[in-house]
Write a protein that binds this ligand. Structure first.
Ligand code: PLP
Length: 408
């Protein structure tokens, strides 16, 4: 074979539902030199990263760390470590990622119960509480922002409901964290996981996680009996965690004061995760959420200014991603392809019931920026016109610009 040249990606503006273009300083951080896993610099960087993410999650949880792997790694670690075989797990499903939580809980041998609502809607807290009373789960697993539908499930009352019924509360905040409000402690969240490639503005490959004392208690109680289980060879025992890599008991011991070796922390991803949080907190958590809110509102107004119809319950939409109906007669994939090849801009397709019906446009992290919003709208207008849609000239950019001028 001929040996390919060094990696040389094309210039792209990633305006889909993730991954997005990373903050330049995150890419620079990833090219920093490596150190050994027990180098004092490395352990200090791990401790700094934990402290930064306590602020990102708005928590005092000691157990705030990274799981190495994409967001799904964090989800799997949380579920396989918190759920014992036969435990009842309740998953309210309002999009694709709810189905993923249910699937992972099934693989962890839980008795999984789901409730569903239409795509484009969220659950009223009372509906979740009714299901909790009926199912009596040990764990509620609930997505916060589901990129498949763009909906943002309100969580502020859920923790109190779970605590009242003695249920652990886990949420997947991958798509929403840093672009929408999230308050781990104030909302009574027991476990939450995320990824870097959405509003945190990094590459995929590291999953921030935070665990309440109650969640850590469940994990520790399993770890205590586990040594005995291993000795007896009784790997059918319910306390036996069926994963080594995602066993949070072991991962906590690696990040904790004893630094017991488990995996080798992914050094370059740690640098990336640290830089994502550092960038966020330097700008300010509230300021970054406000920047996402503004960019999201401008993109929505711009899409409407182009005559497009927004999908779903706009009052419960995440700030950072918009679903718009593909105009009649436009071949969705060919138009997305034209945006990519002629303008270097990527927007997203859709899954399940929305496939072929909507495009998803993200304004996240580094790309929650006025120039990125306006450039995308210019390109979208040109492509829609080429595919025969009678778009109002300049309608998208004008409407989005108005939102930005009102905001100053
Ligand atoms: C994007 C997204 C993920 C992605 O998981 P990866 O393993 O990083 O691909 C998970 N959950 C939600 C809610 C998401 O929006």
């Amino acid at each position: 074979m001929t040996i390919p040249g060094p990696i040389d990606p094309p210039a792209r503006l990633l305006m889909g539902p993730g991954p997005i273009s990373a903050y330049p300083s995150v890419l620079r951080a990833m090219s920093a030199p490596l150190v050994g896993q027990y180098d004092p610099f490395m352990t200090a960087a791990m401790a700094e990263t934990q402290e930064l993410y306590r602020q990102v999650w708005a928590t005092h949880n000691d157990a705030t760390l990274l799981v190495d792997g994409t967001s799904r790694a964090g989800i799997e670690a949380a579920i396989v470590s918190l759920v014992r075989p036969g435990d009842r797990v309740l998953v309210p499903v309002f999009g694709r990622f709810g189905h993923l939580l249910a699937e992972i809980a099934e693989r962890a041998l839980a008795e999984v119960h789901t409730i569903e609502t239409d795509w484009g809607q969220v659950f009223p807290p009372s509906v979740i509480e009714e299901a909790i009373v009926r199912v009596k789960p040990t764990l509620l697993a609930l997505v916060q922002g589901d990129t498949s539908t763009t909906m943002n499930q309100p969580l502020d009352e859920i923790g109190e409901i779970c605590a009242r019924h003695g249920v652990l509360f886990y949420t997947d905040a991958t798509a929403s964290l840093a672009g929408n409000a999230f308050e781990a402690d104030a909302w009574g969240v027991d476990a939450a996981t995320a990824g870097l490639q959405k509003c945190l503005g990094g590459p995929s490959g590291s999953s921030p996680i935070t665990l309440s004392e109650k969640a850590v208690g469940v994990i520790r109680s399993r770890a205590k009996v586990e040594a005995g289980i291993r000795e007896a060879g009784d790997t059918d025992a319910e306390d036996f965690v069926r994963s080594n890599y995602f066993d949070l008991g072991m991962i906590l011991d690696y990040w904790g004061p004893r630094r017991l070796n488990h995996h080798t922390e992914a050094t370059s991803m740690l640098y990336a995760a640290r830089e994502c949080a550092r960038v966020l907190l330097t700008e300010g958590r509230e300021a970054v959420i406000a920047r996402h809110e503004l960019a999201g509102r401008a993109m929505l107004a711009g899409a409407q200014g182009l005559g497009m119809t927004v999908f779903g319950d706009v009052a419960h939409k995440m700030s950072n991603v918009l679903a718009v109906e593909i105009p009649d007669g436009v071949p969705g994939d060919a138009a997305r392809q034209a945006l990519l090849t002629d303008f270097g801009i990527e927007i997203g397709t859709s899954f399940g019931p929305l496939h072929g019906r909507v495009w998803r446009i993200g304004t996240m992290g580094y790309n929650a920026r006025k120039d990125a919003v306006l450039t995308t709208l210019v390109a979208l207008e040109a492509v829609l016109r080429r595919f025969g849609v009678a778009v109002p000239a300049g309608g998208g950019v004008d409407a989005a610009s108005d939102i930005y001028s009102e905001a100053v």
